[in-house]
Design a protein around this ligand. Structure first.
Ligand code: HEM
Length: 263
């Protein structure tokens, strides 16, 4: 009755498949566009090039260096992340990403507090920095407790936030082309839109995927699922899980396909 092996169960429980090439390609192209158009010029020690950022040149160099590396590491991690053979590389790049976010976000807090474009703009980017630290921190916390699925989801959110500054510049460019508002209004609107909207869309995709995976839950089916899961947990207790997981988490993440095949 219950014949699912460790690997198969683990694979099916995942709500995030290998990312498809097209979205990852678009993200990478946009990241490279942003780095070459906006960031690259600040990767220098010649502070003459820094314009309004000259008084904060040191902070900006740290911020841009960390941000550029985090932007480039992200797609590599998503592409190779699920391959066991690349586990060591994944770990090294993951630690690198974490350090880049730590350095770049610390500088971002400083620059947001000293911006020339007003407190609402500053608050928008401070909130972006808080989201950066929070999403990345939760991804690290999840993997330190061996919660692979939660780690993946929080890393997706973390990279969406990293990518927020690319979206920020794209939104400002669109506002400029359309001719909407003043410079400060464009920057301020973009400082909030660039991360709040993408995070909302990400959440709708992550949670929507789970909702559709479970299908319609009638009471009889729920009861059958509960008992099936109990049996699955008992049978895999000694072979599957190296560290015990809370039953509530396992119950939440079992897709219908796993449960039905075990009833
Ligand atoms: C995701 C969290 C991020 C936050 C909270 C953040 C915050 C900030 C702040 C506050 C400024 C100064 C804005 C001003 O006063 O005009 C700034 C500028 C800048 N940031 Fe970030 N940033 C983030 C991510 C990134 C990333 C990933 C890069 C990639 C290289 C980056 C590159 C830059 C560049 C090039 C500038 C200066 C030129 C410009 O405004 O386009 N930032 N950032």
């Amino acid at each position: 009755m219950i014949g699912i092996g460790t690997r198969q169960a683990t694979r099916e429980v995942s709500t995030l498949a290998q990312p498809s090439k097209i979205p990852l390609g678009i993200v990478t192209v946009m990241a490279v566009w942003f780095i070459s158009s906006y960031a690259y010029r600040y990767l220098t020690l010649d502070t003459e090039q820094f314009g309004i950022f000259r008084p904060r040149a040191g902070w900006l160099v740290l911020h841009v260096a960390g941000g550029t590396a985090a932007l480039l590491i992200g797609p590599i991690q998503f592409w190779f992340g699920s391959q066991r053979s690349k586990a060591v590389v994944h770990r090294i790049l993951g630690i690198g990403y974490l350090m880049c976010v730590a350095i770049s976000s610390a500088a971002a807090f400083y620059m947001a507090a000293h911006t020339d474009f007003g407190w609402v703009f500053g608050m928008g980017l401070t909130s972006l920095a808080i989201a950066w630290v929070a999403t990345t921190g939760l991804a690290v916390l999840a993997i330190s407790r061996c919660l692979i699925e939660q780690h993946r989801e929080w890393m997706v959110r973390s990279y969406v936030v990293t990518f927020g500054f690319v979206i920020f510049r794209a939104v400002v460019e669109v506002f400029e082309i359309v001719g909407t508002g003043t410079t400060v209004e464009r920057l301020t609107a973009a400082s909030w839109m660039c991360w709040a909207v993408p995070l909302l869309i990400t959440e709708m995709m992550l949670q929507g995927r789970k909702i559709f995976m479970y299908g319609v839950q009638v009471p009889e089916r729920l009861a059958a699922r509960e008992s099936g899961l109990l049996e699955l947990m008992k049978s895999t207790e000694n072979t599957v899980v190296s560290r015990p997981q809370a039953p509530s988490k396992v119950r939440l993440e079992q897709p219908q396909s796993v449960v039905e095949s075990n009833l």
